[in-house]
Ligand binder design. Structure first.
Ligand code: HEC
Length: 145
């Protein structure tokens, strides 16, 4: 199932060892989340992100294909895309700065959302990831990428 998942998620060539099986996540490092932070994240998401990334964070069905102007449509953030390949820091930077070099349709949120709101929205969409996706993500973080 994991290999299938990795095969389906794309990001070709981006991670050299994407086919490696994750180490088990140690007990006590299982995902936990503060309900107040999650509620805040959901509010931020509904207000600022849902319009593009869809109410359930499934993104645009054609997110893998550039549109006629050469831009990528909004990808899923619910664990079915490749957002989980990125560390929290990389995700936060993406949200702060928008599409790299301004070449894309993701707006920059620095100055519009506080750091706390950015953290909250990441925690919220991570809460949609399956345990398996989360564990794989967690293991990648442990390896320090
Ligand atoms: C105007 C539409 C739009 C809005 C509003 C928007 N996004 Fe995006 N987002 C995009 C697009 C389009 C991309 C893909 C950008 C690219 O490839 O250049 C993207 C990419 C992303 C990524 C990178 C995902 C990945 O798999 O690498 C993250 C994370 C993200 N958005 C989070 C958010 C959050 C959080 C909000 C709300 C605060 C938000 N977006 C609001 C359009 C939008």
């Amino acid at each position: 199932m994991l290999l299938l998942l990795l095969a389906l998620t794309g990001c070709q060539g981006e991670e050299g060892d994407a086919g490696r099986l994750p180490l088990p996540v140690p007990e006590g490092m299982k995902r936990s989340a503060d309900p107040a932070l999650l509620a805040q994240g959901e509010r931020v998401y509904r207000r600022h992100c849902a319009g593009c990334h869809a109410a359930d964070a499934s993104g645009d069905p054609n997110w893998r294909k550039r549109d006629t102007e050469g831009f990528f449509p909004p990808p899923p953030l619910n664990g079915s895309g490749h957002a989980w390949h990125h560390s929290t820091e990389v995700l936060a930077d993406f949200i702060r700065n928008g599409s790299p070099g301004g070449k894309g349709r993701m707006p920059a949120w620095a100055g519009k959302l506080s750091e706390q709101e950015i953290t909250a929205v990441i925690v919220w969409f991570q809460s949609l990831w399956s345990q398996q996706v989360y564990d794989t993500w967690f293991e990648i973080q442990q390896r320090g990428r």
